[in-house]
Design a protein around this ligand. Sequence first.
Ligand code: DGJ
Length: 548
Amino acid sequence: MHIFSRTLPTLAGLALAAHPALAASEAPHIVSRAGQHALIVDGAPFLMLGAQVNNSANYPAMLPEVWPAIEKMHANTVEVPIGWEQVEPVEGQFDFSFLDALLPQARERNLRLVLLWFGTWKNTAPSYAPEWVKLDQKRFPHMINAKGETHYALSPHHRSTLEADKRAFVKLMEYLKKNDPQNTVIMVQPENETGSYGAVRDFSPVAQKLFEGPVPAPLLRQMNKKPGTWRQVFGDDADEFFHAWSIAHYTNEIAEAGKAVKPLPMLMNAALASAFGRQPASTYSSGGPVHFVIDVYKAAAPAIDLVAPDIYTRDHAAYLAYLGFYDRPDNALMVPETGNDKEFARFFFPVVGRGAIGFAPFGMDYTGYYNYPLGAKDLDDATMELFARNYRLFGPMQREWAKWAFEGKTWGVAEPTDPKAEHSQHIDMGKYKMTVTFGQWQFGTEKPTGNPEPVGGVAVAQLGENEFLVTGFRSRVYFGLSKPAPLESMMTLRVEEGHFDNGKWIFRRVWNGDSTDYGLNFTGREQVLRVKLTTYKGTPPIPVGNPN
Ligand code: DGJ
């Protein structure tokens, strides 16, 4: 099975190197070229090796229970919620004391932050709205469902709610402009998992009037449609698309106002719809940035840099499908939340292989909350170690990796659990291809059986026409030629183990003999290999278990 194949864009003249003069003043931002993306931090591409803390870890008293987990994990970025109720408990009175504690403590630890604004919507609900909002349904109306009943979610159709949320969000951005000139905060997420469960959209009179009106021109353009009402243009999808437009448009205004103060990259995260097939929108977070409505978000919310999947499925095929949906020329891939159970750690490899700007397991702290079955039952050392080893491996070369990813030259796979995959995965890299197997001994040619637990993963970057950097855990890697000409064969020239240190490759040893005859075997150790290949006219070397 071929996971995906990509042609390599030419990036002549692309200045990627860090520019110290720029770095001090330049706010983090996202650049896109030839369908690839990079998050620029301090003037150069940056890979967020992230961790998201639990929902109620956003108070100064909790930070001593957060930092040890982040340190153990070797994360370089922490995603932390900021609740509207927390910063504006009384209307018009703002309290940023949590940020007064968070920012310096993050800096001391050389960590960057992504702030999650829990405002009008947190997992679709108004749970983080201040009491003065929650208690005033007249001023801050809820949605009305199709039966005419008041729904739990706030409606996106009321300026009173939008203005109140926007004012608080702008205050947050003003705080950052004043107190974070060093850009410790590299991204902000306005709202959290928008949409509504149990009602496909707002059926209140004000919403209904808009629904019966024309589809806005930017959406018609984005989706190449002729003018008409929502129902005329989108048929059965009309209700969900209308709701998505309304929420995206609302959040866009908040993001835009925040960016006018400090132009940080902004993302919106999605509580996902099923990856395969289509269930009724009322069964998932209708109106949120699920994969069916990414185009609606693109048209309605130009101030939102990217929409991103919160991936809690343990299903290998579904996980990869979500990565495909959100990795688009107009949308940088980022996984702002994923499960923190053992089997999720290996998905880091296809995520960074696809050139994502960041990855963050959820619930990475020692505050004592575990969201099993979404994540782990307990963040014990064995579970933590599987995430920590990924970040120890990539930490020293995250800048290099982010640069190769921006050039479209990275790929990755995770151990499959589908029996049809036969414990192997294939990567097409143009001239060369790779087969990755899971659960073979290091010597010999017996069939792969899979690891006792699905923990294997591999990522590869192309450094030159015939040179690759490859790394991973619990797997065997074989290179081969994708389309060999008659009598064209491949030979391994040299395999070096080493690591990156401040942009410099530090040689450790050469792998040869048994270490390369049966493919390149990655164990639980952190090992980075540089592989030089060549081709020649002649018969191939006697194959020693190479399935290529
Ligand atoms: C997704 C949400 O975005 C998080 O805040 C959290 O509630 C998790 N789900 C579940 O733990």
